[in-house]
Design a protein around this ligand. Structure first.
Ligand code: B1M
Length: 232
C-alpha cells in the first residue's frame, strides 16, 4: 500500500479518481501506480484511466502552476507521478495486432521540454497501428526532416506547450517548403497553446486537440493520401 493511512482499495471509483488527482498533485508516483492497477482490475479501460484520472489530474496541476500556487519542482514531481501511471498503461494501449497503417516522426520543438502530451500521442498512435519514431524533446528542424526522410515517414508530428516555442513549428514547415518536400509529408501539430487558426497560419495539415484526435486525423489524412496516390 502506498499510503499507510489510506487503503486505496476501499474507495469507490469516484473517490479513487479524486484521490488520484490529489496524489498527482502531491507527486506520489507509487500511489498513482497502485490506483492505476486497482482501476484496471475493476475493468476500467486504459484510455479512461488515462483521460479521466491522469490527464484531468494534470490539468488541475496546470491551473495552480499558472496561478503561482505550485512551482517547477512540485510540477516536476507531478509529471513524474503521471509518467509512472502512463508506464503501466503504455503496453496496454499499444497492444495491437493491426497491420502498420503508417509511420510518424514526432517530437517536441526546440526550446521546449514538455513531453507528457507528446508521449501520450505516441502511445495512442502506436495503439492505433502506426509506427512511431519519438524524437524526444527540444528538437531543431534537422531532427524532424532528416529522420522523416531517412525513415521514409508519412507524418511529421510536432508538439509545443509554450507560446514562445510554438512559432518554431513554422520554421520546420518553411524549411520543408524551401527544400521542395513539403507535400511529401503530412504535418500534424498539437499542444495546449495551439489552435486551428494557428495551424492554418503556419501551413500545417491539421491541429490535433488531443491524442485521440491525432489518431483520427492521421488515419483520415493517410487514407486520403493513399486514395489520391491510387487514382494517379
Ligand atoms: Co510547464 N508550462 N513550464 N512545465 N507546464 C505550462 C505549459 C504552462 C501553461 C503552465 C501555466 O502557466 N499554466 C506554462 C506555459 C505558459 C505559456 O507559454 N503561455 C508553462 C511554463 C511557463 C513553464 C516554464 C517556462 C516554467 C519556468 O521555468 N518558469 C518551464 C519551461 C521549460 C521549457 O520547456 N523550456 C516549464 C517547465 C515545466 C516542467 C518541467 C516543470 C513540467 C514538464 C514535465 C514534462 O513534460 N516532462 C511542466 C508541466 C508539467 C506543465 C503543465 C502543468 C502540464 C503540461 C502537461 O503535461 N499537460 C502545463 C500546464 C497545462 O498545460 N495545463 C505547463 C498534460 C498533457 C496530457 O497535455 O501537453 O496539452 P498536453 O497534451 C495534449 C494535447 O495538447 C495534445 O495531445 C495531448 C494529449 O491529449 N498534444 C498533441 C500535445 N502535443 C501534441 C502533438 C501532436 C498532437 C497532439 O502531434 C501530432
Amino acid at each position: 500500500m502506498a499510503d499507510d493511512d489510506l487503503d486505496l482499495n476501499t474507495l469507490n471509483d469516484e473517490e479513487l479518481v479524486e484521490q488520484m488527482w490529489d496524489d498527482l498533485y502531491d507527486g506520489l508516483g507509487e500511489a498513482i501506480e497502485e490506483s492505476v492497477e486497482i482501476l484496471l482490475a475493476r475493468g476500467w479501460t486504459p484510455y479512461d484511466i488515462l483521460t479521466k484520472a491522469l490527464v484531468e489530474g494534470m490539468r488541475i496541476v496546470g491551473v495552480d502552476f499558472r496561478d503561482g500556487i505550485l512551482f517547477v519542482p512540485e510540477v516536476l514531481m507531478s509529471a513524474n507521478a503521471m509518467k509512472a501511471g502512463m508506464a503501466i498503461l503504455r503496453p496496454l494501449l499499444v497492444e495491437t495486432g493491426a497491420p502498420k497503417v503508417g509511420k510518424m516522426v514526432i517530437g517536441t520543438v526546440k526550446g521546449d521540454i514538455h513531453d507528457i502530451g507528446k508521449n501520450l500521442v505516441c502511445m495512442m498512435m502506436e495503439g492505433a497501428g502506426f509506427e512511431v519514431i519519438d524524437l524526444g524533446i527540444n528538437n531543431p528542424v534537422d531532427n524532424y526532416i532528416n529522420t522523416a526522410l531517412e525513415q521514409n515517414a508519412e507524418i511529421i508530428g510536432m508538439s509545443a506547450l509554450l507560446t514562445t516555442t510554438m512559432p518554431y513549428m513554422k520554421v520546420v514547415i518553411d524549411t520543408l517548403k524551401d527544400k521542395g518536400i513539403r507535400s511529401d509529408f503530412i504535418v500534424l501539430v498539437g499542444g495546449a497553446p495551439l489552435n486551428e487558426a494557428f495551424a492554418d497560419a503556419i501551413g500545417a495539415d491539421a491541429y490535433c486537440r488531443d491524442a485521440a484526435v491525432a489518431v483520427e486525423t492521421a488515419k483520415s489524412l493517410i487514407s486520403r493520401r493513399q486514395g489520391a496516390m491510387g487514382s494517379q
